[in-house]
Write a protein that binds this ligand. Sequence first.
Ligand code: HEC
Length: 104
Amino acid sequence: MRALAFVVTLMNLCWAGGPLLAADADNGRTLAERWCVGCHVVSGEQRKGTDIAPSFASIAERSNFNEEKLAFFLLEPHPVMPSMALSRDEARNLSAYIAEQKRP
Ligand code: HEC
């Protein structure tokens, strides 16, 4: 029983933001600046962009915004967006980065 409790505690520690499992928004930013800037305004500092695609800030502001759903969305090929073949981690990091842009 004690051993089980120990394992459960360990797992809880990991879920609660262990660096190995948590999405990495900083990495998401790097990815966004590499892959997404061509069409999206990906940060508040970016002055120039296109109007063909919504800015990441405006996506984060949507009332139905959901970080997990977005991560799944990013794994699917998008009709307008070229398929970027993101890994699961990359999709989660991007999603976390976009979520950060929601104004508190
Ligand atoms: C070649 C241009 C292009 C690139 C590069 C691109 N996008 Fe897009 N993206 C679009 C366009 C255009 C839309 C709007 C699609 C629509 O309105 O149906 C869009 C829409 C989206 C949406 C919103 C979908 C929705 O629910 O309305 C998200 C989220 C998104 N892109 C994320 C990304 C991310 C993350 C990247 C980088 C990994 C990226 N995009 C790269 C063109 C692009």
